[in-house]
Structure formats: C-alpha cells, structure tokens
Design a protein around this ligand. Structure first.
Ligand code: NAD
Length: 696
C-alpha cells in the first residue's frame, strides 16, 4: 500500500491506494462527529479524487468509529448541514463504487452517510443506530427505510436501539461482515464488486421494500397506537412517523427536505433542547474536578458481593454480564440458594423472551460462585456489601472485611442512606471505602450513585467511575448525607404527597397530575409497586402515617393485592375506598380537618418545588458537584421525563426569580417549608441559573 500525496487536511483525512482502490480514512476524535468543517474537508477530498479516477473507493474511519453522527456541540446556530448533503450527493453520484467500511459507531447522520455509499461492510465491533429520538430529534430515516423496509426502519428510528453486525447483515443494513481486518475485508469486497461488475446501488433510487402508501399509513397508525403509552408527552415520535410517511408518499429529495424541516422544528423545541442537555449532562457527570481524566484506576478483575438478596443478586448479575468473575456470599445456605434461584430465573426469563441465547446466559450464570464463607473474598479486588440496612450489621461486615481482604482492595457499600464515613471508620483503611449505590433491579437500572466518603482516595473514586462504564452504568459522584442525592430529593416529594392526601387530595389525583407531568407513575402507585413495607419497621410501627396504617392492615401494595389502590388478579389498580377511610381516620386522630380544595397546579408545584429546593441545598452543601448531575440522577434513576431535562434544568427554564416568587406564594399559603433555599434566592437575585453555579 502507498500513501498518496494529499492536498487537504491530512491531520483529519488520510488517503491511500491499494492498486486501483482508494481508501479514505478520516479522523475527527473522539467519535468522528460530522461537523460542518469536517464535512467540508471530506468534500474537498472527494472532489480531488474525481481526477484520480480510482477503480473503487473505501470510506473508513481511522479511529475505530465510523461516525457517531452530527456534531451536537455546534448547537442550534450551526448552519444546516449543507456540506453533509453535498458529501452525500458527491458519493451517490460517484462513477466508481464507494464502499463504507464500518467500525465502531455508525449513528444517526453517520449511519445515513454509510447508507449513501453503494455498499457496506462492517467489523464485528460495529454498532449501528438512529438514536435521534433519544435527543428528541428526527432524521436519517429516508435511506434506512429503503435499505431495510418500513417496519424495521420504524423500529430503529422510533426506539433508537443499536443494531449489531449480524442483525445488520440479516436485515440488509450492511452487505458483508468482515471477520478479519476491516480494511483488508473492504478491499477484498471492492475487488469482488469490480470483478463481478456489480451495479452502483443507490438506495435513494430503490423502493422495492417500501409498501404502497395505503398499507404504509396503516402500519404507521398501528405503530403509533401500540406505542402511545411509550410516546406519551413527547413530540419527536410523531415527527419521526411523519418523516417516514413522507418517505413513502413523496419523491426521495422532497422526502429528505420534509424530514429536514421536521427535524429543524424539533431542534427548536424545548423538548429536544432538554434532551440534548441531558445527553451532555451524562457525559459531564463522568468528570470529577479533582480526579484528572487520565487518573489510573485500580485493576478490578474479581468481585465479591456480600448479601444474596434483592440487591446483591442484581449487582452480581450486572458484573457477571460484563464478564467479571463474582463471588456471592450470604450468611446462610438457604438465603444463598434463594438468591441464586432468583438469578437463574432472571436469566431464564431473558432467554425465553429472546433477549439472550441460552449458552450466553449459562456462561454469565456460571461466572457467579455462591458461598457462605466470607473468607472467600480474600483475593477480590472489589467487594460490595449489600446486606440489611442496619449500621451495626454493616459495621460488623466491614470490620471482618478489613481483616480478610487483600491490601488495595476496594470495599464498597450499597447502603441507601447510612453514613458511609461511619462505615469506613471501623476499618483501618477508610481511603479504600466507597459507596456504590445501585438501584433496583440492579442488573437493569442504569443509575449508579458513587458515594465519596471523607477519606476515599482519588484513585478509588476514579476506579468506581471507570468501572461503572464497563458494567453499563451511568455513574454520578455524590457526597455523604442521608439518602445521598436521589433518595433525599425523593423523600421531600413523598412527604409532601402524604401531606396533600391528609389535606383531602385523593392519592390518585396526586398520581394522575405527576403522571401527566411525565413521570412513569405517581408517588402512591410507585409505593404500591415497590411494596409499602420496604423501609417499614413492623415492631416500631404505631400508625402515625398512612403508610404505617396500610402496612398494619396487611395492605403492602401490588404484591398483596392492595395498598393505596386495590388490585385485581392482573394487577390493574382501582382507587380504594378503604384507603380513603384510612386517611380520614388518621386525619381525625390527628385532630385535623380536610382543608380547602388544593388547585391542581398547586399540587404539582408543591411536589416539584420542594424537590428543586432540596436540590439547591444539596448543591450548596457540595453533595452534588453540579446541578446537571442532579438532573442525570433524576432522569436516569427516578423517572423524571427526559424531555423535561431534570429538576434543576426545569427550574432554570422557569427562571429562578419566577420560581422564587412562586415558592414565596406557596409558603404564604401552605407553610414555611416552601421558603426558597438560600442558594436558590441568591442565584435568582443575581440573575443566574443553577447551571451557572460553580462551588467556590
Ligand atoms: P435483602 O433483604 O433482599 O437482602 C439482604 C441479604 O443480606 C439477605 O439475603 C441476607 O441473608 C443477607 N445478609 C444479612 N446479613 C448478612 C451477613 N452478615 N453476611 C452475609 N449476608 C448477610 O435486602 P436488599 O433489598 O437487597 O438491600 C440490601 C442493601 O441494599 C441495603 O443496604 C439496602 O438499603 C440497599 N438498597 C436496597 C435497594 C432496594 O430497592 N431494595 C436499593 C438500593 C440500595
């Protein structure tokens, strides 16, 4: 192979030849985002190549990612990506075959660029998706639907899901799978194309897989109907469905223009702005100011989990799924057997639903070794304690671990609200102790609160943040306080919801309003789902809350057929007169009377206002590093609708002066707890938002 003389930006785009075949490799780290300037460079290269007249051209990435799509950092002010359109036109009009060699991510506009090529070959590590919907956007579906048909295009565009190479080959998204070096495979493919004089396939000109308009409309309507609950509150799905319909009813170029127009509408919408903010916020959460990006974490190969209950089992699965060998310990054989049986059932269920093949499930299950002897964690690099939420039980375990574990092992607790510093203090190595607060079910939930203790070493923090990515979690670093960030804010909402029902607002009204705001369910439906007895102490219960009284009656939520709601055999909820009676009785016992009717907007603002106020306190105390971290916690772990950004983002959109005024009004009407938090008031007075807050 020879490297040709280049008359363009050689830092970003290299071109070389292998006989008659030209190979373009582009580099725009970290993920080859398609910025306007980058597209302009690529276009220049493509023009230069015209006079060169290669037999075929391979488009490839020099950095392991074909392209992750449009450069979001260019913001809304960036001109429409005309240069990308020009690049695509230049490729499609090429008189010689162009082959996209896909490695790593080919996402959004990056996938659409690959679909512009006449043929596609992918490496085993390639990942293809149209993730626009996750950002509240549309785009990239016109060639896709011509490549894979309407049904599969709907699925990809409306879920944003990632397609792996074997599936991509079977649905026609790619033409060949490379089993050796990708470029070598692409060159061989190019030679075959030339030898067999294969036609220059332009997806824009193909319509074999597209249904007739009437059938397409029916398919789109059926999809819309079936997914109504999933799309609730969002505007992007409707725009994507309209773009797909345009692809059926309009000529290709007009359909592309219509899709572009729909995407521009979305780009200017508050929902897409919130979702793009959330996307950036997740990335920002990975950086910790006093832990430089290159900090080398500790080597983690073997993981020990103490406790084979709800959380221990889920955490064991999360690590086993990511390839780690796990030792799972419980104090008694029967508890261990129960825990292991739950894990087996979970894997079997995933297999029966087609989410995993049986051999992979067995392999993952086989990585978990169940034992009752705590000494078995002696050679583990990381030990995560997930036993009962009692300080003395946890401290006993940590004292034992201190004596058993090898030097340098990280000792983590999954406590939901106990003091990590007090747990660390019983060991002789508090620098190695950290909180890893997983959420239930731990093998599914994305969020991980990494709790930094007073003495936690920075390389332990770095290890936890790096490790979280390897097990597919979104980690947010938080400080020690009761409930950390997520549960501390949640508790404010729960308390307020309880106050509201004692004032006479039915639980289902609170639930409906928060559901309408965009939460997957309201606080009472959630409590019924989780189980009212979680965190309830039967011995100490003396009927002082509605929850106490319901638990005392055996109304433990969905699992017992009744909680705040009554449930039928299929767990369909209906408002319960029994609960209303319990509330009336408790109110009477407290000597209270139902107050004036509470307007709907007050119900929502009381719940959300207290959450934001608590978020402000958490920020001021330095428990969260930045406001966007609180938002990431609430969108990824607590069901805050992504199209509303998160509680702190929501506050900034309202405007802090307006929010203060509203809280002042709620304080005058309902009590001092609505007094704006000092940080909230200070920022409002200075005309700033939470996003501007940086701790001094
Ligand atoms: P669980 O009751 O389901 O499981 C606890 C397990 O620990 C049991 O199997 C028990 O036998 C075992 N255990 C108790 N003492 C032990 C000891 N000395 N040695 C070994 N094993 C012992 O509890 P869970 O819901 O899994 O909660 C575990 C921890 O995770 C708690 O700290 C809890 O606050 C926290 N947490 C729970 C959730 C949740 O939703 N359940 C979410 C986040 C964090």
């Amino acid at each position: 192979m020879v490297v040709a003389e280049a008359s363009f930006d050689t830092d970003r785009i290299a071109i070389r030849r292998d006989g008659s075949i030209a190979i373009i490799e582009w580099r725009s780290p970290p993920v080859n985002a398609l910025s306007a300037s980058f597209c302009a460079s690529l276009l220049g290269v493509l023009y230069d190549l015209r006079s060169d007249r290669p037999g075929a051209l391979i488009l490839a990435s020099g950095i392991g990612h074909f392209s992750a799509g449009k450069d979001l950092t260019e913001g809304d002010d960036a001109p429409p990506s005309t240069s990308l359109v020009d690049v695509q036109a230049a490729i499609e009009r090429s008189p010689f075959p162009v082959i996209a060699a896909i490695d790593g991510a080919a996402m959004g506009a990056g996938l659409d660029l690959a679909l512009t090529a006449h043929y596609r070959i992918a490496a085993p590590a390639a990942r293809m998706a149209l993730p626009e919907i996750r950002l509240g956007l549309a785009g990239g579906a016109q060639r896709l639907m011509r490549a894979v048909g309407l049904e599969k295009a709907m699925d990809m565009a409306l879920t944003g899901r990632t397609v792996e190479p074997t599936e991509a080959l079977s649905i026609g998204l790619i033409d060949r799978l490379s089993d050796a070096d990708l470029i070598t495979g692409a060159i061989a493919f190019a030679r075959d194309i030339l030898a067999e004089a294969m036609p220059l396939r332009r997806l824009r000109d193909e319509s074999d897989l597209l249904p007739v308009p009437a059938e397409a409309r029916e398919m789109l309507a059926a999809y819309r109907h079936k997914n109504a609950a999933r799309f609730r509150g969002q505007i992007a799905p409707d725009h994507i469905l309209r773009a797909l319909e345009a692809g059926i009813t309009l000529p290709f170029d007009e359909a592309v223009r219509e899709e572009y127009r729909l995407c521009q509408q979305l780009l200017n919408s508050p929902q897409a702005k919130a979702q793009i903010y959330g996307f950036m916020a997740e990335r920002k959460a990975a950086s910790v100011p006093d832990v430089p990006a290159g900090t080398i974490g500790r080597q983690i190969d073997r993981v020990g989990i103490i406790g084979a209950g709800t959380m221990g089992g889920g955490i064991a699965m999360a690590f086993a799924n990511a390839g780690y060998r796990v030792v799972m310990i419980d104090r008694a054989q029967d508890a261990l057997d129960r825990g292991l049986a739950v894990i087996r059932r979970n894997y079997d269920r995933t297999v029966s639903r087609g989410g995993l093949d049986a051999a992979t499930a067995d392999e993952r299950f086989g990585r978990i070794t169940p034992l009752t002897d705590l000494n078995a964690v002696a050679d583990c690099d990381l030990v995560i304690e997930a036993v009962f939420e009692q300080m003395d039980v946890k401290q006993t375990i940590f004292r034992q671990l201190d004596g058993i574990c090898k030097a340098g092992a990280i000792l983590a607790t999954n406590t939901s609200c106990l003091d990590v510093n007090a747990i660390a203090a019983v060991t002789g190595r508090p620098q190695d102790v950290i909180g890893l607060h997983f959420f239930s079910p731990a093998n599914v939930m994305k969020l991980l609160e990494v709790v930094r203790g007073r003495a936690t070493a920075t390389d332990v923090v770095a290890t936890a943040m790096q490790l979280s990515r390897r097990i597919g979690k979104i980690a947010v670093l938080v400080g020690v306080c009761s409930g950390f960030v997520g549960n501390r804010i949640l508790l404010e909402r729960q308390y307020e919801a309880e106050r509201l029902i004692l004032e006479g607002v039915p639980p289902w009204q609170v639930d409906r309003l928060l559901y309408d705001f965009g939460f997957p369910m309201g606080p009472f439906a959630m409590a019924d789902l989780v189980g009212l007895d979680v965190g309830w102490d039967e011995a100490a219960s003396c009927g002082v809350t509605v929850q106490d009284r319901l638990c005392e009656m055996g109304r433990l939520g969905q699992k017992s057929g009744a909680g705040y709601y009554d449930y039928d055999a299929s767990r369909v909820a209906t408002p319960s007169p029994v609960t209303m009676q319990v509330i009336d009785d408790l109110r009477a016992a407290r000597g209270q009377t139902a107050g004036r009717p509470v307007p709907d907007e007050d119900i929502v603002d009381r719940c959300l206002g207290l959450m934001i106020n608590e978020g402000a306190r958490i920020l001021a105390e330095g428990i969260a590093i930045r406001a966007s971290d609180i938002d990431v916690i609430w969108t990824s772990g607590y069901g805050w609708p992504t199209y509303r950004g998160g509680p702190m983002y929501h506050a900034d959109r309202i405007g802090l002066p307006a929010l203060c005024a509203r809280l002042d009004m709620l304080r005058d009407r309902y009590g001092d707890r609505f007094e704006p938090a000092p940080l909230l008031r200070q920022l409002a007075e200075r005309g700033l938002g939470f996003a501007d807050f940086a701790p001094s």
